[in-house]
Design a protein around this ligand. Structure first.
Ligand SMILES: *[C@@H]1O[C@H](CO)[C@@H](O)[C@H](O)[C@H]1NC(C)=O
Ligand SMILES: *[C@@H]1O[C@H](CO)[C@@H](O)[C@H](O)[C@H]1NC(C)=O
Ligand SMILES: *[C@@H]1O[C@H](CO)[C@@H](O)[C@H](O)[C@H]1NC(C)=O
Ligand SMILES: *[C@@H]1O[C@H](CO)[C@@H](O)[C@H](O)[C@H]1NC(C)=O
Length: 496
């Protein structure tokens, strides 16, 4: 309990000490407007745009608990989605009235149990209450205009895809942006607003896009000059190629950010994850992303690139998604981009890893030792040597928490540090200090052994000889650098 409180305090002080708001941009970086220091957004998506017009899950858990958990997982921001019509047509509806209208009686009971104070709020007040709860935990908010008509998103013909579609009246959209920007102009934790999620469909048109991106950006900026403004591309936010020849010129300094989306199935590419090696599939997706949007961060018009949606379809069911995530997460790290995982549900999955425990599987729990950068899982060969391998095969480990040995399940062996710069071995001496491992650094993405003179030796992927795992002195434990090669994570799993 005490530890939890301590972490909370740390998080809160982290939020207040590390940067000040509002945010701004400088070349390809999102920065603290005051000091110019980089502020990296690591966000989880939280949907509030479907018919209920309420952040999802409030019927299941108290808002404070959801928010606290989000912060404890290491997210410093949430992308909260909303529908334009919530502000322009339904602002007077209370949560109860709206849920009743939709016949969601069980959910009303869930809310009255977990978050009773929300029942009599209007849907708009409820959004504000969620934002305030996030603010209390130092979690920044990106408000995303996901749709006009409240509904799950997105398809070509859902009427929300492009200016002029059935539900997508441009004037009403501008009015909505104005209301939202104005409502939160004094709420510093609302650091960014998107113009519109995933423009798409038969009406999409570059000239029209340029016109409304500029109108929308002006509208937000006028009402709330502090907010960053996120610009989405065409074709489900994967196409910006038309800006190569002719950049978007807006009269707004240091506030414009481009957002980009990428899923395993984007452009029908799902199969590449299954019919090629991970390395090959991953290389081609990285290359593609780089070709498509790399140029946005370069040259005199350079602006930050924020990957505001990537992730998975469902939890833990799709191998292609697992491989895609393994690849994309390392890509985001390598390019050091700001990102939002889709969705909050997906983010548990990301943090818990590749093969999170499947509630429908009754198998015993074990750990997979995962190396996100290379997308490899650790595998012990028949000579008892530890190698990185693609995650089609992996060894199963047990670990009873910090300071305990990491044991190879089904054997008497455990992982043992042999010294600085030396390959890690398997030993049957599991009681000695060489066999004690703990997670180190903020991200908990590193596994370290403390040697006799108190130096931390981290598991390290040897890039010169990539089939070896060494123990090397842990790099930059104090500050935030990107020691990709030392990123290892024990991922709990129970699938056979
Ligand atoms: C909501 O309002 C109704 C009607 O005014 C009232 O009876 C009820 O107690 C209120 N509920 C809460 C949780 O405030
Ligand atoms: C795009 O819209 C502009 C302005 O309405 C129009 O002149 C142009 O023909 C459209 N382009 C296409 C390809 O439809
Ligand atoms: C894998 O599937 C993709 C998409 O269907 C296809 O374009 C590609 O040629 C396939 N690659 C191989 C090696 O079969
Ligand atoms: C196990 O290793 C430790 C050093 O880490 C050593 O002190 C101890 O004697 C070893 N035990 C056995 C049984 O070899």
């Amino acid at each position: 309990m005490q530890k939890t409180i301590l972490i909370q305090l740390l998080l809160l002080s982290f939020a207040t000490l590390c940067y000040s708001l509002p945010l701004s941009t400088s070349s390809r970086w999102i920065v603290d407007g005051l000091t110019g220091a980089r502020v990296k957004l690591i966000c989880a998506n939280w949907p509030g745009h479907p018919e209920p017009m309420l952040a999802e899950g409030l019927n299941k858990r108290p808002v404070g608990e959801i928010v606290r958990h989000t912060a404890l997982m290491g997210f410093n921001c949430v992308r909260l989605t909303y529908a334009t019509h919530m502000f322009t047509r339904y602002a007077h509806l209370t949560v109860t009235q709206n849920f009743r209208r939709l016949g969601l009686q069980d959910e009303i009971e869930g809310i009255s149990h977990n978050n009773p104070e929300f029942l009599n709020m209007t849907v708009v007040e409820a959004q504000t209450a969620v934002i305030e709860a996030l603010g209390q935990y130092g979690v920044m908010v990106v408000l995303d205009n996901q749709v006009s008509h409240p509904m799950w998103c997105c398809s070509d013909d859902d009427g929300n895809g492009f200016f002029g579609d059935k539900y997508f009246d441009p004037q009403e959209w501008l009015k909505g942006l104005h209301i939202v920007a104005n409502r939160y102009k004094d709420t510093s934790m609302v650091v960014a607003m998107s113009l519109r999620n995933e423009l798409r469909g038969p009406l999409q048109n570059e000239t029209v896009w340029r016109w409304y991106m500029s109108k929308g950006a002006e509208t937000i900026h006028k009402a709330n000059p502090n907010s960053l403004v996120l610009v989405s591309g065409l074709t489900y936010d994967i196409d910006f190629t038309f800006l190569k020849k002719k950049p978007l010129k807006l009269n707004i300094k240091n506030k414009i950010v481009y957002e980009f989306h990428r899923y395993s199935f984007s452009e029908g590419q799902g199969p590449i994850w299954l019919n090629q090696s991970l390395t090959k599939a991953c290389d081609s997706v990285m290359q593609e992303t780089q070709n498509k949007v790399g140029f946005l961060g370069e040259g005199e018009n350079a602006a930050p690139l924020f990957i505001t949606e990537f992730g998975i379809n469902q939890m833990g069911t799709d191998r292609a998604d697992n491989l895609f995530l393994a690849c994309y997460v390392s890509f985001l790290a390598e390019k050091d981009l700001d990102w939002t995982i889709w969705a909050l549900q997906g983010s548990y999955y990301l943090r818990d890893g590749l093969h999170n425990p499947d509630p429908s599987s009754m198998g015993p729990t074990y750990f997979i030792m995962y190396h996100p950068w290379s997308g490899n899982c650790m595998h012990v060969d028949k000579h008892s040597k530890v190698h990185p391998s693609d995650c089609w095969s992996y060894s199963k480990w047990s670990h009873a928490g910090n300071g305990n040995p990491i044991r190879l399940i089904g054997t008497e062996l455990c992982l043992s540090a042999a010294g600085d710069g030396i390959p890690v071995t398997l030993s049957n001496n599991c009681t000695g200090s060489r066999s004690k491992w703990q997670s180190v650094s903020n991200s908990k993405f590193r596994l370290a052994n403390k040697d006799e003179d108190g130096t931390y030796l981290c598991l390290d992927w040897d890039p010169d000889y990539s089939s070896r795992i060494l123990t090397n002195k842990c790099k930059c434990l104090e500050h935030d650098c990107h020691p990709h090669s030392q990123w290892f994570k024990l991922i709990s799993a129970n699938v056979e």
